[in-house]
Design a protein around this ligand. Sequence first.
Ligand SMILES: Cc1cc2nc3c(=O)[nH]c(=O)nc-3n(C[C@H](O)[C@H](O)[C@H](O)COP(=O)(O)OP(=O)(O)OC[C@H]3O[C@@H](n4cnc5c(N)ncnc54)[C@H](O)[C@@H]3O)c2cc1C
Length: 428
Amino acid sequence: MDNNITHGLWADTAPAPPILSSFKGEKKTDIVIVGGGYTGLSAALHLAEKGVDTTLLEAEQIGFGGAGRNVGLVNAGLWLMPDDVVKILGQEYGERVIKELGNSPDLVFDLIKKHEIECEATRKGTLHCAHSLGGYKALRQRESQWQKLGAPVRLLSKEEAKPKIGSDAFYGALLDLRAGTVQPLAYAHGLAHAANNAGADLFIKSPVTKIEKKEKEWKITTMDGKITAKAVIQACQGYPSHGFKESIKSLIPFNFFQFATSPLPDEIRRTILPQGHGAWDTNMILSSYRLDAEGRLVVGSVGSIDRFGYGLHKNWAKRTINRVFPQIDNVKIQYGWFGRIAMTTNHVPRFHVFEEDNISVTSYNGRGIGPGTLFGKLMAQYFLNDSDAFNSNIPLPVLKPKNIITRRLRGLAYEAGARAYHFIQKRF
Ligand SMILES: Cc1cc2nc3c(=O)[nH]c(=O)nc-3n(C[C@H](O)[C@H](O)[C@H](O)COP(=O)(O)OP(=O)(O)OC[C@H]3O[C@@H](n4cnc5c(N)ncnc54)[C@H](O)[C@@H]3O)c2cc1C
């Protein structure tokens, strides 16, 4: 990747993707997939494995979008608590989506094993850390709702959580044994190898500029070529460009940055998240914490580190590391990068059927490793099983794309709130 503040540490430490070229000329294929993140790659892999002629077009590089920038927490379920998901989606879809996404880390770690993907995969669970007593109470609710569904989650007291986090800054933590961590860009590269080996045709630097339906076939135009296909899967998520630019209007931009220290000395690194958990907290302006394979501490939070945000958020990251993990003295930041999360107003992903042979599941609200892999597979099955959209295997209602008129305002509010909070927090 060419820009250090977009993919940072992950670009430097991911094994290489397959060698791919850009698409030039003309071809016919069964299914075109637009976007080379988890959703597109998983769809390509599952279609190609069944012998479907599949062509994936990526505007930039594999993992250019959220897939190459995220924290790498392979979470189970949505951001919302299970009862809230049922309230929003109703019993049928709510229960289905909770079950499928609750199991989605199984799919991720099974694919990693099956395709021998080198991506620092660790499945020791994650810790959702209570930053306040109110946060602890909310975690108790989360625990009770998930336990009713039989999920292996347990609320740890402050004393139990302290040695697992390596910090006494928290009031306790919810341990979720379904979850784990990966090097996110390495996972995307690995999926690309797997899809490529299964026979999918993958192209990079091939932005789709137009799609139109003519005589029951899709005509897909790229910068340098034209493809005819029977069906299309749109998998552009939070980074739509060229012919899909307009779909940015249906999501609320929510930036999230990360800073990574230089590798910590062994005796210090053994004290921080020593059992290999990934962690984040209950704060509204949340923070995330994890180690990479070389013992760097990666701390993240809400905000962008473009021109004006870099210094402010970097100073916050240093102060936060000093506060949460005071055992690290002389914090040296080696990398900083950020990305855009695709949010919806109700925090639930959306299933769009543009025509019955042109579909998209989008807006994972900051939880896309499991969901992207799962929805990619389910969209592949949608075509493999010749599903009827309104009675399909995809556990979401079919919705019409909808522009969010207040999206810019909400995005600015997140950004301004995060900057103000990071400027003030524990400064004085
Ligand atoms: C900073 C950050 C932290 C996050 N942390 C986590 C986390 O810890 N755990 C988790 O589960 N999720 C996390 N997420 C969310 C997760 O990264 C995303 O949900 C996930 O990457 C979505 O995968 P995707 O394949 O659908 O989309 P993306 O990975 O965004 O890929 C979309 C691709 O489509 C391509 N594209 C767009 N337009 C075109 C076009 N016209 N032609 C061709 N290609 C096009 C883009 O270039 C891009 O590569 C985080 C996201 C960010 C940004």
